[in-house]
Design a protein around this ligand. Structure first.
Ligand code: B16
Ligand code: MG
Length: 218
C-alpha cells in the first residue's frame, strides 16, 4: 500500500448528519403522492443521487406512469423542502473533534478533499463554516454517475493533483467503500460501513484517522 498524501471525505454521515432532513423532505413529497415511505427506505438513499433516490421511493408508487417532467418536479419539490431545513444548520452542527482532526491532518501535510454525491454540499459547508477546511471540493455538481461509481472520488483526487493510489476515502456507506475500492483508493470506514468487509481500515471515532494515517505512512 502506498503512502497517503490525500484524504477524500464523504459529507453526509461523516462530517455532518443530514439524514433526518432528507427523511423529512422525502416524507413530505411521498405523503403528497400517497406513497409509503419510512426510515428503513430512507437508509437505502445514503450516498445515492437525488434522482436515483426518487426512483427507489417510486418503487412503492402504484399510480399512472410518471413523465420525466413530473419526476423532475417531484425531485425539485423535495430539494426545496430539504434546503429550507438545511438553513437551520449552524457551525455547532460540526463537532470540535472533526474540526481539530481536519486541521491536524493538514498540519501533517495531508491534502483534503470533499467527495459527496450532494449538489448541496457547498451550501452545507458554508452553513457549518467548514469550506476553508478543504483544499478541493468534488460533489454532485461535477459528476455524471453517483456512488458506487468511483467518479466523485477520482475527481477529488484529480482536484488535489494526486493519483487515486495516493488517496484514502473516508465513508459511512457501503456504496462509498465500493466506490473507493473500485477507484483504486484506500477505503476507510466509519459508522455503518465499519461492518463492510471491503473496508481497509475502520474508525471508532473520527480522530482515529490521525493514527490510521500514521500507521499507513510509517
Ligand atoms: P442532494 P453524501 C448524499 O450525500 C446523501 O447521502 C444522499 O442521501 C443524497 O441523496 C445525495 O447526497 C444527493 O444529495 O439531493 O443534496 O444533491 O453521503 O454523498 O455526502
Ligand atoms: Mg455518506
Amino acid at each position: 500500500m502506498s503512502k497517503v498524501k490525500g484524504l477524500i471525505f464523504d459529507l453526509d454521515g461523516v462530517i455532518v448528519f443530514t439524514d433526518k432532513f432528507h427523511y423529512q423532505a422525502w416524507k413530505k413529497m411521498a405523503d403528497g403522492m400517497g406513497i409509503y415511505f419510512d426510515e428503513e427506505i430512507n437508509n437505502r438513499l445514503r450516498g445515492v443521487s437525488r434522482m436515483d433516490s426518487l426512483e427507489i421511493i417510486l418503487e412503492r408508487y402504484e399510480g399512472e406512469p410518471l413523465s420525466q417532467e413530473k419526476k423532475d418536479a417531484l425531485a425539485a419539490e423535495k430539494n426545496e423542502t430539504y434546503r429550507e431545513l438545511l438553513k437551520t444548520m449552524t457551525p455547532a452542527d460540526v463537532s470540535q473533534e472533526v474540526r481539530d482532526t481536519l486541521a491536524k491532518l493538514r498540519e501533517m501535510g495531508i491534502k483534503i478533499s470533499l467527495g459527496s454525491s450532494s449538489k448541496n454540499a457547498k451550501f452545507i459547508l458554508e452553513r457549518v463554516d467548514l469550506l476553508d477546511a478543504f483544499d478541493a471540493i468534488s460533489d454532485g455538481t461535477n459528476i455524471t454517475k453517483s456512488k458506487p461509481d468511483p467518479e466523485v472520488f477520482l475527481k477529488g483526487a484529480e482536484f488535489l493533483g494526486l493519483t487515486p493510489a495516493d488517496c484514502g476515502v473516508v465513508e459511512d456507506a457501503y456504496a462509498g467503500i465500493d466506490a473507493a475500492k473500485d477507484g483504486g483508493m484506500i477505503g476507510i470506514a466509519i459508522g455503518d460501513a465499519c461492518s463492510y468487509d471491503r473496508a481497509d481500515y475502520r474508525l471508532n471515532t473520527f480522530s482515529d484517522l490521525i493514527q490510521v494515517v500514521k500507521e499507513i505512512n510509517q
